[in-house]
Design a binder for this molecule. Structure first.
Ligand SMILES: Nc1ncnc2c1ncn2[C@@H]1O[C@H](COP(=O)(O)OP(=O)(O)OP(=O)(O)O)[C@@H](O)[C@H]1O
Length: 321
């Protein structure tokens, strides 16, 4: 957490639909000024959680505090921005009209809007396009307009639900820059995205959710720091060499399908175990072709966590936040 004040705090949050808990005891803390990634498979309860944080859905149980208050409080809501994934636009409006409409709903005056609307249009890369009807906007332009709407009233906390799903690679970089700028201004960003490489680049902390519960939350360093995956390539893999590898780290995968070539993926917990692997290869009379440490990426971690049952995860030696 960056500051002492939490921008979002939930404790044992629950939402039950037709007798089924889709959010099931979800506890989460997001510090003020953080860019926070909220990750999980389809149906994990992410959107339902966001709706409860925005005060759009009433929790069945648990506690939720947003910007130090209740999301039902209009004063709190006035400081929230939201870009839903499926935004419904009034397509007969122009971009500027759409923003003025949203700005008035958020309590901005006409004078404030005269300066602010062109400013946010420029921020999202729509400078000079505000006079065009939304019906003529491309999908990517509509997403940019939605983002402009979310940041228009200078919120302190912004929820972005898949903000780059309709954008090309340049647009994605631009949105990342917008998020960086929001962070620099001390705005908290709650990012919901399936693009893990993007989350990895921009988020300070992430939470993985599954079946309505947080499996793990922590900083990128905390989540990634504990495990060092290594790819080893040798000419042949004897049972003795495999056993020697297993004494050094956790053997995750072996591939001996190609004659004269064997590949092993190992998970180490310490970098200084790397030379021991090389020694083991030589001691067993095999030849070493590659010993490649890999930086564990968010996608690997995500798949591990989501595919495992929560109970099985600790047994697999992953770093815990
Ligand atoms: N209004 C509702 N009534 C009944 N069930 C609902 C309602 N809203 C969501 N659900 C159910 O709750 C579960 C979680 O849905 P939610 O949209 O929160 O998941 P998600 O993690 O956002 O998924 P995705 O990544 O696909 O957007 C789903 O099984 C969904 O069918």
């Amino acid at each position: 957490m960056l500051g002492n004040v939490a921008a979002i705090e939930t404790r044992e949050l629950r939402k039950v639909y037709r007798g089924r808990a889709v959010v099931d005891g979800l506890s989460l803390t997001v510090g003020e000024g953080e860019v926070f990634g909220f990750l999980g498979p389809n149906g994990a309860g992410k959107s339902t959680t966001v709706k409860m944080l925005l005060g759009l859905v009433h929790p069945s149980g648990g506690e939720v505090r947003v910007l130090g208050g209740s999301p039902a409080d209009p004063a709190v809501r006035a400081r929230l921005g939201f870009l839903p994934e499926q935004f419904r636009f009034q397509t007969w409006m122009t971009g500027e009209e759409f923003l003025r409409f949203h700005g008035r709903l958020a309590g901005l005056t006409a004078a404030e809007l005269r300066g602010r609307v062109p400013e946010v249009l420029a921020t999202v890369g729509l400078a000079g396009r505000g006079a065009e009807a939304l019906s003529g906007y491309s999908k990517g332009m509509l997403q940019r307009a939605g983002l402009a709407g979310a940041i228009l009233a200078r919120p302190r906390l912004v929820f972005l639900d898949e903000p780059t799903s309709a954008l090309d690679p340049i647009g994605r970089v631009e949105v990342r820059e917008i998020i960086e700028r929001l962070r620099a201004e001390g705005v908290t960003v709650f990012l919901n995205s399936h693009l893990l490489s993007e989350v990895e680049q921009v988020c300070d902390r992430v939470a993985f959710v599954k079946a309505g519960r947080v499996l793990r939350q922590g900083s990128m360093r905390e989540l990634m720091g504990g495990v060092l995956p290594v790819d080893v390539r040798v000419d042949r893999l004897s049972p003795e060499l495999l056993a020697a590898f297993a004494r050094v780290g956790e053997v995750r995968h072996t591939d001996t399908n190609t004659p004269g070539r064997a590949e092993v993926e190992l998970w180490l917990t310490r970098e200084d175990a790397l030379p021991t692997l090389a020694d083991a290869v030589h001691a067993q009379g095999a030849r070493l072709y590659a010993l490649t440490p890999r930086r564990p990426d968010l996608e690997t971690l995500f798949l591990e966590l989501i595919e495992d049952t929560p109970e099985a995860a600790p047994a697999r030696g992953l770093a815990r936040a």
